[in-house]
Structure formats: C-alpha cells, structure tokens
Write a protein that binds this ligand. Structure first.
Ligand code: AMP
Length: 114
C-alpha cells in the first residue's frame, strides 16, 4: 500500500533493522523499543486488523504467530518469558494501520496492561 510505512519497510524503501524475512512475513526491531527486545512481526501483504481478516487469511495469520515464536527463540527470550501484543483501533492505541504483532522481552511486565 503506497502510504504505509510498514509496507515501505517490507519492500526496503525505508531502512529498518530487519531480523527475519521470508515470502510471507517480516520481523524488524521497533524504532522506539519498550523493552530490551521489541520486535514487530508483520504480514508482507498489507492488512489492517484481525477483524478484517477472513478465512482466506487463516494461513498468514498463523504464519505471523509462528514467526513470533521463531523470533522469541532467536532472541533468547523463552527462558525469561515474553509478551505478545497486538493493538487494533483507536482505544488500543494502534498507530500504524498495517497488522503487526509486538514481541516484547528482556524485562518484567505488569498486568493488566495500561
Ligand atoms: P502500534 O501502536 O501497535 O500501532 O505500534 C506501532 C509501533 O510501530 C510503535 O511501537 C512504533 O514505535 C513502531 N514504529 C513506527 N515506525 C517505525 C519504524 N519506521 N521502524 C520501526 N518501528 C516503527
């Protein structure tokens, strides 16, 4: 999508610290990390939110979550634990309208989230 910052990261039009990429998903470090490990995992094809996903998106949604697990292993986050967050819409604070899953690790997290 032309104006989407994450689409531009995926296509390498703008720089990012990409830590994993395959045919379906891309993972890169958050530019404003909230934890020692803060990675965003996104589908390569633009989609906005889970509520807009349909049966045809079953595969890509699964691939995004499998990549999150792969990144948790790659970052050595499984021993201490890690948090997975996805924000959708205004109240949740979604800033970038390209579906993304945050992988956070390397410190303790509070619950409930703010
Ligand atoms: P959200 O509030 O869930 O939409 O989160 C969007 C995330 O994208 C924030 O944590 C931002 O710090 C991050 N972000 C925005 N622009 C970039 C960028 N160019 N490279 C890496 N992360 C970014």
């Amino acid at each position: 999508m032309a104006d989407c910052i994450f689409c531009k990261i995926i296509s390498r039009e703008i720089p990012a610290q990409i830590v994993y990429q395959d045919e379906f998903v891309t993972a890169f470090r958050d530019i404003n990390p909230e934890a020692p490990v803060h990675i965003l995992v996104v589908p390569n094809d633009h989609m906005v939110a889970l509520d807009q996903a349909g049966q045809a998106d079953e595969g890509i949604v699964g691939k995004v979550f499998l990549a999150v697990g792969k990144m948790a292993l790659q970052e050595g986050a499984t021993a201490g634990g890690y948090r997975v967050v996805a924000n959708f819409g205004v109240d949740a604070g979604q800033v970038v309208p390209h579906l993304h899953v945050h992988l956070l690790a390397g410190r303790k997290f509070g619950w409930p989230p703010g």
